[in-house]
Design a protein around this ligand. Structure first.
Ligand code: GDP
Ligand code: ZN
Length: 310
């Protein structure tokens, strides 16, 4: 499935694209979904045999992996960003608009359950100050240390775009970013054929104009596939419990086997190996503070808010 526009799903049938609908309910475990079929899903389709040549999606084949987020519009629903991907490209910038504190860590919380490789691209480096360059270096060190790829690029000057292109070639990549980071500009610079509408930053509040509303997968030469997704405003995690967060901060999880308590949340427990690693700078204090902020946020969610089934 390459594109969904509300109730219609565009399915690539190999020789043609077919508009399909779904009948019946598809769930993902305990989650209610705003979009039961994700871009990237392999599906079985039954042709309806009508003039418009539409189809019905009867079955979704098992997903190799997927990226799931809380629906930005419907609090108690989850939204499938994409499935069956090789990697994710997270585009951020430190200028116009500066990345929100903790945003990268929140994003990685969504890719980590399926161990999806993430490339973090710092865009707009053409307008960075020396202070921005210094901060970028700090971020690169944090994320490279824990196994993520980073790259500094500019869609305006084309800096390092060849290098980025080679990271994407032959793979299926989910591309995400906050609104206004230059995601459309980067994709168009990589391949002008894409012709993705670029938003205009009306001011520098970081709110780019809404352009992409639905995710869409594009096929490029050399078996390269790009899944463009709407700009992200915020990422919340009503759906998660404390232990889910602890397990999905990958370097915390590594150390946690040495914590005294096996259900350690790495806050005030005695004998916490994660806290010790933070104090020795083996774990980034920035990551740790962002972790604490997420725990506080999900604990402050009203219990009944999170358990609507009762
Ligand atoms: P999107 O919302 O993430 O798709 O962002 P757009 O591609 O629409 O770009 C938002 C704004 O940032 C536009 O005004 C672009 O011209 C600008 N922009 C994009 N990439 C760069 C870059 O590398 N450098 C600079 N200086 N501006 C950029
Ligand atoms: Zn601990």
């Amino acid at each position: 499935m390459v594109k969904s526009t509300g109730s219609w799903y565009t399915v690539n049938m190999g020789d043609e694209m077919m508009s399909c609908r779904i009948i019946g309910k598809f769930r993902l475990g305990k989650h209610k979904l705003t979009n039961p079929v994700a871009v990237g899903d392999k599906v079985m389709v039954e042709e309806e045999g009508n003039e418009d040549h539409t189809g019905i999606i009867r079955k979704i084949l098992n997903r190799e992996n997927y990226v799931l987020r809380q629906s930005p519009r419907r609090k108690h629903y989850m939204h499938l960003m994409a499935s069956n991907i090789d990697q994710a490209l997270l585009i951020i910038t430190l200028r116009e608009p500066d990345v929100k504190p903790g945003f990268v860590d929140r994003y990685l919380l969504m890719t980590e359950p399926h161990d999806i490789p993430v490339i973090i691209a710092f865009n707009k480096i053409d307008i960075y100050t020396s202070e921005d360059d210094r901060r970028t270096k700090g971020y690169e060190e944090i994320y490279r240390t824990i196994g993520y790829e980073t790259i500094k690029i500019s869609a305006r000057t084309d800096e390092n775009l060849d290098q980025l292109k080679s990271l994407l070639t032959g793979k299926r990549t989910l591309v995400s970013g906050q609104s206004g980071v230059g995601k459309s500009s980067v994709l168009n610079a990589l391949d002008p054929e894409l012709n993705i509408p670029e938003g205009i930053l009306s001011d520098y509040s970081g709110k780019g104009q809404h352009t992409t509303t639905f995710a869409e997968m594009y096929s490029l030469p050399d078996h390269t596939e790009i899944i463009d997704t709407p700009g992200i405003k915020t990422l919340s995690f009503n759906n998660l419990e404390v232990q889910d967060v602890a397990h999905n901060f990958r370097e915390f999880f590594e150390y946690s086997s040495a914590c005294r308590f096996n259900n350690c949340t790495h806050r005030n427990e005695p004998g916490c190996a994660v806290k010790e690693a933070v104090s020795e700078n083996a774990i980034s204090v920035v990551r740790y503070e962002n972790y604490l902020a997420i725990l506080t946020e999900i604990e402050n969610q009203n219990y009944w808010e999170r358990h609507t089934d009762f």
